[in-house]
Design a protein around this ligand. Sequence first.
Ligand code: SAM
Ligand code: SF4
Length: 349
Amino acid sequence: MKELVNRLARDHSLDANEYHKLIQDCDESTFDYLRKKAVAISVQRFGTGIYVRGLIEISSFCRNNCRYCGLRCENRTAERYRLSDDEILSCCDIGYDAGLRTFVLQGGEDVAFTDERLVSLVCRIKERYSDVAITLSLGERSMVSYKQLYAAGASRYLLRHEAASQELYSYLHPDNMSLQNRLSCIENLKAIGYQVGMGMMIGVPGQTVDHLVEDLLLMKEYNPHMIGIGPFIPHRETSFASASPGDLRQTLILLSIVRLMFPDALVPATTALSTLDAEGRKQGVLSGANVVMPNLSPADVRDKYSIYNNKLSIGAASVECMNLLEQELNSIGYQIDYSRGDYKTYGNE
Ligand code: SAM
Ligand code: SF4
């Protein structure tokens, strides 16, 4: 097994059977070795600085009906909100003062956020803070829309592919959503020049190790700049309400594999990981993650952006407590890196 890890660290790739074996048969000593290798390559590239991105959850309205998500349109009990442009700008003011230089605007697919409105919003943020990076995570939009937003100043886009398997994708989504469209959005974003994020949940109902292997192979093909991997956590108002959450250990294994596959990628220790386990953020960093995304949304809407049960938005997961985050990172030998943290390639090691 160690030989497999060494080869992954050296070549940044394995074949499907080998990935399967690494995930399926990862005993304790392999787990430790895999994580140590992932941390070593991460520290070699990025040092012990962890990039911070301020997460602004701009809307809980969504026209889609993904089976796993609490914001799905058929969840009639969800409390919906939509931030005004001025509220979003106020969040940016708070984030900028706290030292953040990347803002992530995330939300459901809210039809009220037209191209015109978003373009104006992105322009206003860039006018106020020309040195920040704007990341969007607003789902599937047209090529024209993505182009306009890029021209306005957004330079990064997070669009997890969710499931590389056609069969699993269809199980998780209604018929009007397709893997094909998801992937063509990702291709469009790349072609325009965005830094693009892909990824998937770990432990979502129906997912097998074979599916995870398909995810890894798909990402190898697309070579994303950012990779978001976090555990699935059930939401009480979805058909997966009684499903078990994803497994911490398996999430960490996947994080480490991804770090070894993509040494230069920006990989967050996700909020879902911290929600699943109090040590999740630290364990994510100690598995090769190099980004955290403190919540910058107005306090009174945070509970309404309820993707899954008990989503964490306080303490070191929030922008008000950056000192706690710093302390937490210091305790494992890391510190916050306040720079923009754009993707770059470091060349061959
Ligand atoms: N609507 C946009 C989209 O779907 O790309 C962005 C917002 S969506 C809430 C962001 C991510 O949340 C999704 O890509 C999905 O992987 C994740 N997510 C949704 N439901 C989840 C759940 N129950 N547990 C963990 N993550 C979840
Ligand atoms: Fe909407 Fe995104 Fe949730 Fe799907 S995952 S229901 S697109 S917010």
